[in-house]
Design a protein around this ligand. Structure first.
Ligand code: C2O
Ligand code: CU
Ligand code: CU
Length: 540
């Protein structure tokens, strides 16, 4: 968490696209304080005056020969990243953002299972960054281009060369052609920037969108679809009084990185306090937490049940009735909401008692042929007995002499150190995250899906002293809402969080990391190399 002082640092310097040099001294702090206006208090804005934006569907640009069979033509998309202006709120001037196809969220990809496709991701962004780049961070050093991009489809099962490795960035005027097989269970995935050392800034600027995979059996479930199925990409931001995005600058000029961003405004699909006119029937909302660091706890007011039907990697066994939905950064929850008993009413979606958006339910009675199924799919539990290896990995945080967080790491190892997580393709492993910090960290592995085994309190002091794990509480099973397939798991403070993973699909170089973007950018990220069983030392 960051203090109010840090949080209030404004955007004048950052907004000018300056890279802050290392020569400025500590005593410039007061000057900076004067230069930086506090973030605009969005509480003063009128609520629910703008309608919810529904992202467009990505438009196919043409076809290309399939990689495995040139006689088969597969869809080809061309997606441009550009700077653009977006109305976030009626009473705000337009906000400068970066987005895919000049929108944030970018267009939604909507694929049937097995429908493979190419996407050419094109960088047409300015060459100067919208926010202060911290040249102390790995990969963002002096001499490296300020604006770099690389696209990752979060949760996608793709070959490493199309996964968006953080070092595979490209600059203005360049592009990358990625191949997506889409051979995986139906799920709500999302795409976002992943450039080394500036991911937090690029995503903050607006570089994200939804990526859906569907399966035919879902049709038989008769879930709400078409205009009754809506992605909600939710994040916190802060703004200056000119309505421009305001990313804070850290305590020192020469080290603008802040340990974790937290904003006072919550955007849904790029808008502040939007409303959605709904019919008095069932809807399906695919919710993604695209915040840099905020865990969302969503409730409805007046209270009304929500049924969660899917987690990160697809449908649950059966719907679960929830009073609130908690998702950490990068986690997803598909929910069903039935407005039929709320005809003519207004329902507010809240996050920790702050209004986020409003549903205006029509007073007209409507036919609703969709259903809330009893059973969704069967999620086979991965048994611990199949694991051939257990890795215990620490989550660490480092502080300077006056107690400020300077860096976070995985297993006390920096990004550029030789790869240590090298599971064998096809094998099953258990990974235990020993959280030695005071923060919850959403840990994400690329290229795979997993299940959460359990969480268990441990004695952190004893661990720090002699590296022995002394448990200090009973095993807690994952909550019902996290019991399905996952690709991101909340590792709570003071706990060992264990997951079980099968490294299926592809061999090669991926990454795993904390999805608090400030942590990821400051080396809470490590390579993950999935090796073929007959691995002999050369990279696949
Ligand atoms: Cu959502 Cu490595 O990312
Ligand atoms: Cu990912
Ligand atoms: Cu973290």
């Amino acid at each position: 968490m960051i203090g109010r002082r840090e949080f209030l640092r404004g955007s004048i310097l950052a907004g000018a696209g300056l890279v802050l040099g290392p020569s400025l001294s500590h005593s410039d702090l007061e000057l900076e304080e004067q230069l930086s206006p506090p973030p605009f208090d969005t509480d003063s804005l009128e609520r629910f005056v703008d309608s919810l934006l529904i992202p467009t569907t990505a438009k196919q640009a043409g076809t290309r020969p399939a990689p495995d069979d040139p006689s088969r033509a597969i869809p080809h998309f061309r997606i441009e990243m550009r700077e653009f202006l977006q109305k976030v709120h009626r009473d705000f001037p337009a906000t400068r953002m970066w987005g895919y196809e000049s929108a944030s969220p970018g267009p939604t990809f909507d694929f049937e299972h097995g429908q493979d496709a190419y996407v050419e991701w094109v960088n047409l962004l300015p060459i100067h960054h919208m926010f202060a780049v911290d040249q102390n961070l790995h990969g963002a050093e002096n001499g490296v281009p300020q604006v770099r991009t690389v696209v990752h489809v979060h949760g996608a099962r793709v070959a490493p060369e199309s996964d968006g490795f953080p070092e595979s960035w490209f600059t203005q005027g360049k592009s990358a052609l990625y191949y997506y097989p889409n051979r995986q269970d139906a799920a709500t995935l999302w795409y976002h920037d992943h450039a080394l050392g500036i991911t937090r800034l690029n995503i903050f600027a607006g570089l994200f969108g939804a990526f859906l995979i569907r399966e035919p059996f879902e049709d038989e479930l008769n879930l709400p679809s078409g205009r009754y199925e809506i992605p909600l990409m939710i994040c916190d931001r802060s703004f200056d009084r000119r309505g421009q995005l305001n990313y804070p600058i850290g305590p020192l000029f020469h080290h603008p990185w802040v340990p974790e961003f937290s904003g006072n405004a919550i955007l849904v699909n790029g808008r502040l306090f939007p409303y959605l006119a709904v019919e008095a029937r069932r809807y399906r909302f695919r919710i993604t937490n695209v915040s840099n660091g905020r865990i969302l706890r969503l409730t409805l007011s007046p209270e009304h049940p929500v049924h969660q039907i899917a987690t990160d990697q697809g449908l649950l066994d059966a719907p679960i009735e929830m009073g609130s939905i908690q998702i950490a950064p990068a986690e997803r929850a598909d929910v069903m909401l039935d407005f039929s008993a709320l005809r003519g009413r207004q329902v507010v979606l809240q996050n920790d008692n702050h209004e986020v958006m409003q549903f205006r339910v029509s007073s007209v009675r409507t036919e609703d042929s969709s259903s809330l199924p009893q059973k969704l799919r069967s999620v086979q539990k991965l048994s611990s007995s199949r694991a051939t290896r257990i890795r215990m990995l620490t989550l660490d945080e480092y502080r300077d002499p006056i107690g400020r967080i300077t860096r976070s790491l995985l297993n006390a190892t920096r990004w550029s150190a030789p790869v240590t997580e090298t599971p064998t393709l096809g094998s099953v492993e258990i990974w235990g995250f020993i959280n030695l910090t005071k923060d919850a960290h959403p840990i994400h592995l690329h290229g795979v899906r997993f299940q959460i085994l359990d969480r268990r309190a441990f004695d952190a002091e004893a661990y720090q002293k002699n590296r022995t794990l002394k448990y200090a509480g009973p095993l807690t099973e994952p909550s019902a809402s996290e019991a399905g397939w996952k690709d991101t798991v909340r590792a709570d403070p003071g706990m060992v969080t264990r997951i079980i993973v099968r490294f299926e699909a592809f061999a090669g170089l991926y990454s795993w990391h904390c999805h608090i973007l400030e942590h990821e950018d400051n080396e809470m990220m490590r390579p993950l190399e999935i090796r073929r069983p007959n691995y002999s030392g050369n990279r696949s």
